[in-house]
Write a protein that binds this ligand. Structure first.
Ligand code: C5P
Length: 229
């Protein structure tokens, strides 16, 4: 029998911005009672720290230093229990969702020094009883031995519509045309960067969520997990 305390099971969910991977990962982790790593938030927190200190996204060395040392913590909100991200002890969960922060995150994520600095931080999340990790390179680089790897996609138009709805629901202003342009620009950077480009691992199951709702995707992932874990 496998000793899961030595080798906790990992499910990776990778895909482009707005594919729904964050929501799917959260629900799958909840259902299985697993830990959740939202690696995009880690990149966004480094991006916010670099914006706060007016560090250029092109200064690879300075941004890598921020990635190594930034005081980033993931905690549960004391009242709601929701996942919160702290930067230097301050709750920055909402700030991280700003388009400007996402844009900076995708720029700083192209530096190998930044990715290396975040690698160990991400691997430390893998603890019993198991982990669901979502991002761009969870299945290819961070957890290459994961038991189940999902690559979740959706058309850029559908993703822009979903992002628009999310922002409006949060009371933030949004323009669908510029969201689509941002998504396409970010896709281009994520898919084509030389270091850890966004791509499906060879052993990943590809799921196109364009015509599926979140519940259908969650059910599909849980069914696959049932067979593999
Ligand atoms: O997923 P999210 O949109 O929050 O990620 C923000 C940016 O961080 C992405 O556009 C991507 O460039 C970068 N990222 C990454 N690798 C990850 C997670 C996020 O390069 N594992």
């Amino acid at each position: 029998m496998v000793d899961i305390t030595d080798n906790p099971p990992v499910i990776t969910i990778d895909g482009p911005s707005g594919s729904g991977k964050g929501t799917v990962a959260r629900q799958v982790a909840e259902q299985l009672g697993f830990r959740l790593l939202d690696s995009g938030s880690l990149y966004r927190a480094v991006a916010l720290a670099s914006l706060n200190t007016r560090t250029s996204s092109e200064d690879a060395f300075a941004v890598a230093q921020i990635a190594l040392t930034a005081p980033i913590d993931f905690v549960a909100h004391p009242e709601t229990g929701d996942a919160c991200v702290l930067l230097g002890g301050q709750d920055v969960t909402l700030d991280l969702r700003r388009e400007e922060v996402g844009e900076q995150a995708s720029k700083i994520a192209t530096h190998v020094g930044v990715r290396d600095a975040l690698l160990a931080r991400q691997r430390r999340w893998c603890q019993p009883p198991g982990l669901v990790a979502d991002g761009r390179d969870m299945g290819t680089v961070v957890f290459p031995d994961a038991e189940l790897k999902i690559f979740l996609t959706a058309s850029a138009e559908i993703r822009a519509k979903r992002r628009h709805k999310q922002l409006i629901e949060k009371g933030m202003s949004a323009n669908i045309g510029s969201l689509l342009a941002d998504i396409q620009k970010r896709d281009d950077r994520d898919y084509n960067r030389p270091v850890a480009p966004l791509k499906a691992a060879e052993d990943a199951v590809c799921v196109d969520s364009s015509q599926l709702d979140i519940n259908q995707v969650v059910t599909k992932v849980l069914d696959l997990a049932d067979n593999r874990l």
